[in-house]
Design a protein around this ligand. Structure first.
Ligand SMILES: *Cc1c(COP(=O)(O)O)cnc(C)c1O
Length: 230
């Protein structure tokens, strides 16, 4: 086994153990490999180890890797903050966008999604524990956003994304409660199946609370160069 395959296997085992402990199905929790700051060759090696879903935070960096990895069948997730003036390339080059926190962003992504591509999957980012400096809408805004965004033509609204403060694992339960509460606002409630939460340090707690997608960087790829990790 390569180092990449070994690391990936270790994370999958962790996910599986957390699922078992919480009477959840392993196949209901997906592993998103967060590859920001790591070069294309590293993603290629992780793909050879079986990984298809990759999460990136910085647009230019992601586009450059996509160019270099065109020959692979990868699923690209944008997990960074979505700026209004960047929606066009996001709509054209990604399969998922996790950081949508305003209607205008979703509307632009829908309008700008190229017709030859499947609808863009998005999650609404919620500032679940009231952090000052964090992106995300406030929880009270979520029901109306779900109702509005789920009607957009070229969008598939899949669920919520949260990044609570470190060690604030209670926030995961709050996110799950909100996730369950707003399902009925959705035009296509069956699409509402993704709770994107949990990172290297807290994926077990996130799975215990109901996460369906953990976003793991450091535990898979090792430490990032701090200078690149803006
Ligand atoms: C970087 C990042 C991660 C991965 O964090 P690790 O602690 O390295 O696993 C997950 N989610 C988001 C939004 C990130 O920016």
């Amino acid at each position: 086994m390569t180092d990449f395959a070994l690391k990936r296997q270790q994370i999958l085992s962790k996910i599986e153990a957390a699922c078992k402990k919480n009477a959840r199905k392993f196949e209901d929790v997906q592993l998103l490999a967060v590859s920001k700051t790591h070069p294309a060759e590293v993603l290629r090696a992780m793909h050879a180890a079986g990984q298809c879903r990759f999460g990136e935070n910085y647009l230019q960096e992601a586009l450059s890797k996509q160019e270099q990895l065109q020959d692979l069948d990868l699923e690209w997730h944008f997990i960074g903050h979505v700026q209004r003036n960047k929606t066009k390339p996001l709509a054209a080059h990604f399969d998922w966008v996790h950081g949508v926190d305003r209607l205008i962003i979703a509307e632009r992504l829908s309008t700008q999604r190229p017709e030859n591509l499947k609808p863009l999957n998005i999650c609404i980012q919620v500032n679940i524990d009231g952090q000052d400096s964090k992106d995300g809408c406030v929880p009270a805004e979520v029901p109306e956003l779900v109702q509005q965004i789920s009607q957009l033509a070229n969008i598939r609204l899949r669920g919520l994304m949260v990044i609570p403060k470190p060690d604030n694992t209670v926030a995961f339960a709050d996110a799950k409660t909100l996730f369950d509460e707003v399902k009925a606002q959705h035009t296509n409630p069956d699409d509402w199946n993704t709770l994107s939460m949990g990172m290297s340090g807290d994926l077990e707690d996130a799975i215990a609370a109901g996460s369906t997608m953990v976003r793991v960087g450091t535990a898979l790829f090792g430490a990032r160069d701090y200078k690149l990790d803006k």
